[in-house]
Design a binder for this molecule. Structure first.
Ligand code: 6R9
Length: 694
């Protein structure tokens, strides 16, 4: 793990951090005994446990069959998970109308903070519902209906949430693509899901960088056309360049995201039959009928959304979540893991383009009627105090971010934190990758002033919500450990032979023995891939792809991916995906990409490149290779290190031994058993060509 000296690690490992006193006496779950009681009930009688929780939600009709049914063992038949099958509900109704009906209409649903600190806005539950209904009517007018797929490629603006919820209100399946992906990556996702529309914005600012989103979308649509696929509609929010008049709200008008900064108009390409301005379509909905839209009742097991996640074979998988289970699970994890209280101001810094944003910017908080913060910008613009300035400004009580952001901000020193009043904070969350004890302690001491609970939440796009996590008023924490399972989750650690180890274990495969309501149901239109990826390695278990150890106190520690994935700044990237981008360059014969420790990003990518005859590795070529990956996947996947490789270490059956490459990348010549290599001489050559500066 990056940036962690052994001494700190040991000191931290031996220390237990007790829940803060006030939380011990006020939290939803107080103390470990209460946690265990609830946990046992959730495992022994899931129907009663979740049935009780489900009562708080609106169900148009009750389940037709079993409350909970599944098969986790592919040797006994197809894998399936069914949760309240047949019960009809609507998640949008539950996260908006239900709260308004109980008097929360005027409560703020979101504060919005733009990239520019003077750009702010807010929207109440009632206003949000009106916007959502209007946009749902816009979608209807475009002929989009239940079961259709719509891609959303937007900045972090309130319209993004409006778009998601409008889809959910109609039973339309949203597929959000993170705004940092390239045209090609967007196109492949639009094609895979056969999306009939793309919702986007003219552009966005990320710090000082202006990004023309529409141009990227146009590129994606062209690529789709080339593959013979036609995208019917593109609806675009005018985020950067509102008309002066349009930026002045009229009385009674809601304008969720002001973006009032005057910038020169971006050059926008326009196709009349396809492209529409969001505000023009919404403008037509300012009537009584336009502002109301009945929810479409969905089966609990109907798809809610898909979200693509990197696959180890390179092709992204459309992880599919369904309405009922995902709703209950994100709501419940949000309530307990952040110990949600009605006066909380909750801020999750994740982009909605990732699962963390889906579950803990949008659905989980809204399902609880919470006030959230949506932030468009980045942690160090205009300076490294930005996060803390926002915490002070909105009096954020629960804050949720990634270790990569913490490590990055740590580098700038404590002054940026200490300048602001952070006394509102109560719970600090971490997600996305293992948090090293140094970063944990800094988060705890400097940001939390040693009085906040830290919740290191382990989960995945596939799990829908937290699966291993402390509870702030219950769990004594150890820096770097995701501790214990959430309600309904039964983890196990397996040896390579698939044997469960119940006591302490140095390292094994983290698996789950039974489903919880929020687990994914399938890979979109590829159930076989779902079964192969998650269930074939160890029959009867869901395999996370992560390694874990259990210590003598039963605490679980995630040790990182065991498959060919790299976690760069909390973004999971498949090495195969990067390799396939690299080998498209005419100079490249072969490429092997491995993870390399990085002090800020956690992990970085290290690429070994075998060149075609007559080609040499130059700085120019390195740049070209980086550009190649940026354009194929996106800027966030740009390789960090590129090394010329005279050859690659391969087994006799031709498999690249990445284990050895990982060692070479860090300059470790103690390579362990190399006897299965077809040609051992390649190792010395690779070590010789390792760049000096590393
Ligand atoms: C939510 C999210 C999932 C992978 C996961 C693991 C890593 C996430 C972690 C963590 C250690 C934590 N991961 N949380 N590792 N401790 N608290 O990040 O989903 O993008 O699908 O990534 O991230 O490797 O398997 P996703």
């Amino acid at each position: 793990m990056a940036n962690c000296n052994t001494e700190t690690m040991e000191a931290a490992n031996n220390k237990l951090f007790q829940p803060p006193d006030d939380l011990l006496n006020s939290a939803h779950v107080q103390g470990m005994d209460n946690y265990r009681k609830m946990y046992n009930k959730s495992i022994n009688d899931p129907e009663a446990f979740w049935g009780e929780i489900a009562k708080d939600f609106h169900w148009e009709s009750q389940p037709s069959g079993k409350f909970f049914d599944y098969n986790f063992d592919y040797t006994k038949g197809p894998i399936f998970i069914k949760w309240m099958e047949g019960a009809r509900t609507n998640i949008c109704y539950n996260v908006l109308d239900r709260h308004i009906e109980r008097g929360l209409g005027d409560k703020i649903a979101f504060y919005w903070e733009g990239n520019d600190p003077t750009d702010t806005g807010k929207i109440t539950f009632q206003e949000l519902k009106t916007e959502v209904c209007k946009f749902a009517n816009v979608l209807k007018n475009l002929g989009i209906q239940k079961g259709d797929r719509v891609a959303i490629y937007m900045p972090m603006i309130t319209e993004l949430v409006v778009a998601m919820l409008a889809c959910a209100r109609l039973g339309v399946i949203h597929s959000i693509v993170f705004g940092g992906y390239s045209s090609e990556a967007l196109a492949s996702r639009v094609l895979d899901a056969k999306c009939c529309a793309i919702l986007t914005a003219d552009g966005m600012w990320r710090g000082t960088k202006l990004i023309n989103l529409k141009t990227i979308v146009d590129g994606a649509i062209q690529l789709c056309e080339k593959s013979g696929y036609h995208v019917d509609h593109c609806v675009m929010v005018r985020h950067l360049s509102p008309d002066e008049q349009e930026s002045e709200p009229e009385e009674g008008d809601t304008q969720p995201t002001p973006a009032k900064r005057p910038v020169k108009r971006l050059k926008i390409n326009w196709v009349n039959s396809r492209d529409k301005w969001w505000h023009e379509l919404m403008g037509e909905m300012n009537t009584k009928e336009g502002k109301t839209c009945d929810p479409v009742w969905c089966n609990a097991e109907d798809p809610l959304f898909m979200l693509y996640t990197s696959g180890s074979t390179g092709k992204p998988k459309g992880v599919l979540h369904t309405v009922g289970g995902y709703m209950i699970y994100t709501a419940t994890t949000f309530k307990y893991v952040f110990d949600y209280q009605p006066d909380d101001i909750f801020w999750c810094t994740a982009d909605v383009g990732w699962i963390t944003g889906h579950s803990y910017v949008c659905y989980g908080p809204l399902a609880n009627g919470a006030t959230g913060v949506i932030f468009e910008g980045i942690p160090y613009y205009p300076d490294a105090g930005r996060y803390w300035e926002i915490v002070e400004k909105f009096k954020v009580t629960k804050f949720y971010t990634a270790p990569t952001a913490i490590r990055c901000l740590m580098k700038y020193g404590d002054d940026f934190v200490n300048k602001y009043d952070l006394s509102s904070l109560k719970v600090l969350g971490s997600v996305g990758e293992p948090i090293n004890p140094e970063a944990w302690l800094w988060y705890y001491n400097v940001v939390g002033k040693s009085k906040c609970a830290i919740v290191d939440t382990f989960w995945q796009t596939e799990t829908g919500g937290h699966v291993l996590t402390p509870l702030p008023g219950a769990t004594p924490t150890k820096p770097g450990s995701a501790t214990f399972p959430f309600f309904g989750v039964v983890p196990a650690i397996l040896t390579a032979e698939g044997k469960e180890v119940s006591g302490p274990i140095e390292e094994g495969y983290l698996v789950f023995k039974q489903p919880w309501p929020g687990i994914m149901r399938t890979v979109y239109e590829n159930h076989e891939r779902f079964e192969t990826t998650y269930f074939k390695k160890f029959p009867g278990y869901y395999c996370t792809g992560d390694g874990a150890r259990r210590d003598e106190d039963g605490y679980i520690w995630i040790t990182g991916r065991i498959d060919d994935m790299v976690n760069v700044s909390g973004h999971l990237i498949s090495t195969a995906e990067i390799e396939s981008a690299l080998i498209q360059h005419p100079s490249v014969a072969e490429a092997a990409v491995v993870s390399h420790p990085h002090s800020v990003k956690g992990e970085s990518t290290y690429c070994f490149i075998v060149l075609n005859e007559g080609h040499v590795m130059t700085e120019k070529l390195k740049t070209e290779l980086k550009v190649k990956v940026r354009s194929k996947i996106g800027p966030f996947a740009q390789p960090d290190h590129i090394q010329y490789a005279p050859g690659l270490p391969k087994t006799r059956s031709g498999k690249i031994m990445r284990r050895i490459l990982r060692k070479i990348a860090v300059g470790d010549s103690n390579l362990g058993d190399t006897s299965t290599l077809a040609d051992e001489s390649v190792i010395d050559l690779l070590l010789q060509h390792r760049p000096e500066e590393l």
